[in-house]
Design a protein around this ligand. Structure first.
Ligand code: HEC
Length: 151
């Protein structure tokens, strides 16, 4: 009896550890995405007239966006962490793992758009606002294909 329980525990521990690693990976990428959202929100608020343009604030957001766009994300996008694997936790479509070339290409375009923003963010409101579009296009390009809507 004792032996059976111990065996059961020995089997279940690696499963728990795996489930945690998967959930942690999803949380980490969702936090990363929130970071993207925060920086883009800073630019968008100025574009919409909801916030005053401040070159230092714009530059800080652009610097952070570049950092996030260039960060190593390999630990986030683990196999087995799609919305089918982790319903209610993950909102990433399984197609993302079947189209990694496309995902990498979008990320590269996002890095370029973020670098452009970094170069012009403190050059005045018009320059900053003009640099938002190409960033938003990459967010959308990926979300349209690979992100499921939360209910
Ligand atoms: C290469 C693909 C890709 C790119 C590029 C991308 N996203 Fe995402 N984003 C996703 C996926 C997939 C999810 C769903 C992640 C999950 O739930 O596992 C997501 C989720 C989000 C979320 C929701 C996070 C949460 O709280 O659950 C926000 C906000 C977000 N993205 C903002 C952005 C912004 C802003 C950009 C552009 C600067 C961007 N994303 C670029 C794929 C991408």
């Amino acid at each position: 009896m004792k032996k059976t329980i111990l065996a059961a525990i020995a089997v279940s521990i690696p499963c728990i550890a795996l489930a945690d690693a998967a959930t942690d990976a999803v949380k980490a990428r969702q936090d990363h995405m929130k970071g993207f959202g925060k920086q883009v929100g800073t630019f968008a608020a100025v574009a919409k007239g909801e916030a005053e343009y401040d070159p230092a604030v714009a530059q800080a957001a652009a610097d952070m966006l570049v950092e996030l766009a260039n960060a190593d994300q390999s630990g986030f996008w683990l196999e087995g962490t799609s919305m089918d694997d982790l319903p209610g936790v993950s909102y990433a479509k399984p197609a993302l793992w079947e189209n990694t070339d496309q995902v990498t290409a979008i990320m590269a375009d996002l890095q370029a758009a973020a670098a452009n923003m970094q170069a012009v963010a403190s050059d005045g409101k018009d320059a900053m606002v003009a640099a938002i579009g190409p960033i938003g296009q990459q967010c959308q390009a990926c979300h349209k294909e690979f992100q499921a809507k939360k209910d």
